[in-house]
Design a protein around this ligand. Structure first.
Ligand SMILES: Cc1cc2nc3c(=O)[nH]c(=O)nc-3n(C[C@H](O)[C@H](O)[C@H](O)COP(=O)(O)OP(=O)(O)OC[C@H]3O[C@@H](n4cnc5c(N)ncnc54)[C@H](O)[C@@H]3O)c2cc1C
Length: 294
């Protein structure tokens, strides 16, 4: 990669712990922060065609990165954050955060995305994970997204094949460059009020360093309730603690990533033993971890 290329900012020995909401993770070889979509495509193409080890980092709010050195690269989307409006369609580059998105919606009196308030994510991460809250999901508002794998594609909402914590982008090695959302004309006051209501509903959520919910809810059940019924609220391994407010949150109270990982394994083993259920992680692992529990 040409270090003189002005369309890409790069950082060697990039510290993942500074870029994940868990505030955990070792350093990695190099991070590329493209400023334009063309530059992002070039980097992605080079890394994937050379079969180099890399991953795409959004806002790091659903990632548990290993404490060890990650011997690979990171494509960090944070500088791809333009938001534009065309009629009732909002075009958002993948690195735009929910905070930036909602600020734009307030300033322009646009409704429909207020349910995202409080999710500390980027547009790319939201789209990839089909994130949602209060019974609404990205799939309810997404028109289409621009995706690069071996070539550039526009994936319609239908082609994204959204499901619970699922989009088709999870099954292909790809870079989401931007997403388009349908919004509706509202007023600054109304949008602000809806955001306030959403944030109020989230008040009871655990405070502290976390990745939100660690596990997916198994068919019609609440992973949090199941973990609570195993008597694991407040249970800890080192600095990794099952939240007392919501048992599907594991908090980093001075933990290592290895301790969070061990606690996740312990919970899975306990739930399997007690209920015969295999909990599945929502959190995405980056790097190597040692398996200790089933
Ligand atoms: C306090 C807290 C509250 C939360 N509340 C909610 C909630 O209410 N609802 C909910 O659904 N989630 C919630 N989450 C989880 C998380 O915010 C979401 O899963 C979010 O969608 C992750 O977005 P991100 O940008 O942080 O992605 P990251 O964590 O950076 O990445 C997650 C995955 O997406 C991939 N990815 C990210 N960007 C791109 C891209 N541009 N192209 C290709 N792949 C990409 C990454 O490679 C990784 O596999 C919460 C997390 C926290 C910490």
């Amino acid at each position: 990669m040409d270090p003189n290329n002005l369309d890409v900012v790069s950082e060697r020995n990039f510290d993942l712990s500074k870029h994940t909401t868990y505030r955990l993770g070792g350093k990695c070889k190099i991070a590329f922060m493209p400023v334009t979509e063309d530059a992002a495509i070039k980097i992605f193409y080079k890394l994937s065609s050379r079969n180099e080890r890399f991953f795409v980092l959004g806002n790091g709010s659903d990632i548990l990165a290993s404490d060890r050195f990650y011997n690979g690269s990171v494509i960090c989307t944070s500088k791809l954050n333009k938001i534009t409006l065309d009629g009732d369609i909002l075009n958002c580059q993948s690195g735009a955060t929910v905070a930036q998105l909602l600020k734009f919606c307030i300033e322009n009196g646009l409704g429909g995305l207020e349910f995202l308030a409080g999710i500390p994510a980027s547009v790319g991460g939201l789209t990839y994970m089909n994130a949602g809250a209060c019974g609404k999901f990205i799939s309810d508002v997404l028109v289409d997204c621009k995706v690069f794998n071996d070539e550039l594609h526009i994936f319609s909402n239908k082609l994204c094949d959204f499901g619970y914590k699922y989009s088709t982008m999870r099954d292909i090695n790809c870079l989401i460059l931007s997403s388009r959302f349908k919004v509706k004309l509202s007023s600054e006051a109304k949008v602000k009020d809806n955001i306030r209501q959403t944030l109020l509903k989230r008040m009871a959520q655990p405070k502290g360093k976390s990745c939100g919910c660690v596990f997916k809810n198994p068919n019609g059940l609440s992973a949090g309730k199941i973990i609570e019924e195993c008597g694991l609220k407040g249970f800890r391994i080192g600095g990794a603690v099952v939240s007392r407010a919501h048992a599907n949150f594991i908090l980093n109270e001075g933990a290592t990533a290895a301790e969070i990982y061990a606690l996740i394994g312990f919970i899975k083993a306990r739930v399997l033993e007690r209920f015969g259920l295999r909990l599945e992680e929502e959190v995405v692992y980056i790097g190597e971890f040692n398996d200790t529990f089933g």
